[in-house]
Design a protein around this ligand. Structure first.
Ligand code: F6P
Length: 327
């Protein structure tokens, strides 16, 4: 299919993540390489409906490779999920003479992208979410940095936990996915990971804490996914009531949005760069309605339909490994 693209737009949408800026940079620089003009959509879907575009010449993305967040801004827009919002968006894109769009974001953003593509507008999606819950990519942009942030927190908490002989419930983001809590738990040597994908009862957590105490550990770290059946505060309340039984006194740390910020790691910068460049190549090849992702260290296109309908599953073997290594 011949490529008739002359002008593209790039936008970030939904929750931000470290690596969004290097991804925008790669889209812009790659497009310029083919003499395309690039516009940035200010503020994600929320503002996009008002049609605020900014020109992105090569220099506009200078110096952003190491910066967290997204310099274009982002938003969550319920309006974009409506037919009216989508028509408005298409109208604005057509008025600005944009030929194709690159959307960097998570599940909701890629659904929005799919709706545009269904109207015949060329769209390429890129996986941007710290939750790592998107089918079609082993890692989404932002995950590695968020994981390292969570890991640093666990390491630091362990120091003080050991000094005071305490059990800590460290709660991590991830919405309905336990990826961050599981992987940070394994990498940080946590005694247990409480995640939505694995059933657990409060009594199970109390038993793990007690075991750690009896085995002579000076601390007990439990990583808790925000989407787990019981959140960190609920678990802590239960454990505190049974203090005698568990041995440790209990504290809670909720990492929250700290995981979404910070300078992207080398992995996130490289992933963002490869996928951003791949999005432009995909448009050149006449592709649309796909997300470019990393599968087995190879960049692959997966249809947005599949990405948004097939859930991504955690590897059960890794869940089992976490339990074995915690002993
Ligand atoms: O989807 C990314 C994410 O950071 C989730 O992990 C979290 O549940 C949610 O966004 C928080 O959203 P907000 O920034 O709108 O509070």
């Amino acid at each position: 299919m011949s490529c008739r693209i002359r002008k593209i737009a790039v936008m970030t949408s939904g929750g931000d993540g470290p690596g969004f800026n290097p991804c925008i940079r790669a889209v812009v620089r790659m497009a310029i390489n083919y003499d395309w003009e690039v516009l940035g959509v200010k503020g994600g879907y929320g503002v996009w409906i008002n049609g605020e575009f900014i020109p992105l010449p090569g220099r506009a993305v200078g110096g952003i490779i190491s910066r967290g967040g997204t310099f274009l801004g982002t938003a969550r827009s319920a309006e974009f999920m409506t037919k009216k919002g989508q028509m408005e968006a298409l109208r604005n894109l057509n008025e600005a003479e944009v030929d194709a769009l690159v959307v960097i974001g998570g599940d909701g953003s890629l659904r929005g992208a799919m709706a545009l593509e269904a109207s015949g507008f060329p769209v390429i999606g890129l996986p941007g979410t710290i939750d790592n819950d998107l089918y079609g990519t082993d890692m989404a942009i932002g995950v590695d940095t968020a994981l390292n942030t969570a890991l640093q927190a666990i390491d630091k908490i362990k120091d003080t936990a050991s000094s005071h002989q305490r059990a800590f419930l460290v709660e991590m983001m991830g919405r309905n996915s336990g990826y961050l809590a599981l992987m940070a738990g394994i990498a940080g040597g946590a005694e247990m990971a409480c995640i939505p994908e694995v059933e657990f009862e409060l009594e199970d957590v109390a038993r793990e804490v007690q075991d750690a105490y009896v085995r002579g550990k000076t601390h007990c770290i439990i990583s808790v996914a925000e989407g787990a059946r019981y959140n960190a505060n609920a678990i802590a309340a239960y454990l505190s009531e049974s203090k005698e039984e568990t041995g440790f006194s209990v504290r809670v740390t909720i990492l929250g949005h700290i995981q979404r910020g910070g300078s992207p790691t080398a992995f996130d910068r490289l992933l963002a760069t490869r996928l951003g460049a791949a999005a432009v190549e995909a448009l050149r090849q006449g592709k649309s309605g796909v997300m470019m992702g990393l599968v087995g260290n190879v960049v692959k296109a997966t249809s947005l339909e599949e990405v948004t309908t097939r859930g991504k599953k955690l590897d059960p073997a890794i869940c089992e490994l976490a339990a074995v290594l915690a002993k």
